[in-house]
Design a binder for this molecule. Structure first.
Ligand code: ADP
Length: 417
């Protein structure tokens, strides 16, 4: 807008074409005489005595362009009265500035004329070279500014309309995305659920085969059966993880007062075998009570601590520390910032964003078993709680995963999108 207004420039032309509509020849000549005093500008007069003649001339011009720069209109013409003449002209050439000429100093009439589209008015008997010249340029410039403002206004309306349409489009796309996301979640849930049963059947029959025909099977056959059982177990874990991932979206939306110390206690119990076999030490600061979905928050801690144990360095026992600080964002809204620090193998910086995507792994399954669903699930849980998750890490030294939970989360306010 400002840029546009800057573009509106002064229009002091040196040669001006004037259409004069004046029935009185003497007065017309007087006006022409007055302006002929100018040393710097030339004024070309096109004089007519009737409104009808003027309209005829203007009618023959191209639409929105005429050879005239301005119209001087006498308000007492033989074929039209006062403001009717002005009305007829503005109807036909609303792009040209019009200065009305009156015989008397009738302020009411002058105001009406301005309100109906005239740029200025002059009282003929008091007119001087200076007032005529000033009025002429003032009228041209004012008209120009009005037109430019109208253009800017028009453009603004257009952009506004476009913006509204874009917002509507985005809303529709967002809605469609939500629906398809929901359907996809549901689909993943159903498929995973249905796959579990036949998998269980395969694994059970394979194990039965091994037990019942133990004496008839050679070592090679038993090894093959064990491969089948291991494969089905891995597949089962994979399905369970996908189910967990879909459950995050479909989980109960209610938040409750959740003691994070209690959650860590439960997670340690759940991971007891892994902790013991890896000789892991888990230390923990005093953690807060937050408004959260406790099942999801437990899963979040579980995934992060499980990773901290699994991605250990062969040379060191895993040492994991969990802490939380109350911080404030730039809008002064308080949030809890949790951190889970380990002394494991670390993650290259270029992978920081990638690892939160589903099925993205930095290590092969032979090296470190896994399926790349854990951190994607973590991210989803954090986002549902209106928080953020990120990490700092150095290869060979260890990683710290951070996540936030707003302190202002209220009951029943999980963020569904
Ligand atoms: P998964 O562990 O099943 O592969 P995740 O989504 O939990 O899936 O992790 C994605 C990848 O991020 C892992 O494959 C691993 O390469 C890397 N990663 C996650 N946590 C850690 C950690 N604490 N230390 C080192 N690497 C990690």
């Amino acid at each position: 807008m400002l840029q546009k207004l800057k573009e509106i420039k002064s229009t002091y032309k040196t040669s001006v074409n004037i259409l004069l509509i004046e029935d009185n020849i003497l007065e017309a000549k007087l006006l022409q005489e007055l302006l002929s005093e100018s040393q710097t500008h030339s004024f070309n007069w096109f004089h007519v005595q009737r409104l009808s003649k003027a309209l005829e001339l203007l009618n023959s011009c191209h639409k929105n362009s005429s050879p005239y720069d301005i119209i001087f209109l006498d308000l007492s013409l033989p074929d039209s009265t006062e403001l009717d003449s002005l009305q007829a002209l503005t109807n036909q050439v609303n792009y040209l500035p019009i200065v009305v000429l009156t015989n008397t100093e009738d302020d009411q009439l002058a105001i009406k004329a301005i309100n109906q589209g005239a740029q200025d008015y002059l009282v003929k008997r008091t007119v001087t070279y200076e007032s005529l010249r000033r009025s002429l340029y003032y009228a041209i410039e004012r008209k120009q500014i009005q037109e430019d403002l109208q253009k800017v206004n028009h453009q603004l309306k257009l952009s506004n309309q476009l913006l509204k349409e874009e917002i509507e489009q985005r809303k529709t796309i967002q809605k469609q995305l939500e629906v398809s996301n929901h359907e996809l979640q549901h689909f993943a849930y159903m498929v995973s659920h249905d796959l579990k049963q036949p998998l269980f059947t395969i694994s059970s029959w394979a194990q039965l085969l091994e037990i019942e025909f133990q004496n008839q099977l050679d070592i090679k056959a038993i090894k093959y059966i064990q491969h089948i059982v291991n494969g089905t177990q891995r597949m089962d874990q994979f399905i369970e993880d996908i189910l967990n991932y879909s459950r995050v979206q479909n989980s109960k939306q209610e938040l409750e007062s959740t003691d994070c110390n209690q959650l860590i206690f439960l997670v340690k119990q759940f991971l007891a075998i892994a902790i013991e076999t890896n000789n892991a030490t888990i230390t923990c600061d005093s953690l807060p009570i937050v408004m959260a979905n406790s099942i999801l928050l437990e899963k979040l801690f579980q995934n992060l601590i499980d990773n901290a144990i699994r991605y250990r360095k062969k040379t060191h026992n895993p040492k994991i520390h969990i802490s939380a600080n109350l911080e404030k964002d730039q809008n002064n809204h308080p949030f809890w910032q949790f951190s889970i620090r380990d002394n494991g193998i670390g993650i290259p910086q270029k992978c920081f964003d990638k690892i939160f995507m589903i099925f993205q792994r930095m290590h092969s399954s032979e090296e470190y078993p896994g399926n790349g669903i854990g951190l994607a699930t973590c991210q989803k849980i954090v986002q549902l709680h209106r928080g953020k998750i990120w990490l700092e890490s150095e290869v060979g030294k260890g990683s710290t995963f951070y996540f936030t939970i707003p302190e202002t989360n209220h009951k029943s306010s999980l963020n569904q999108s």
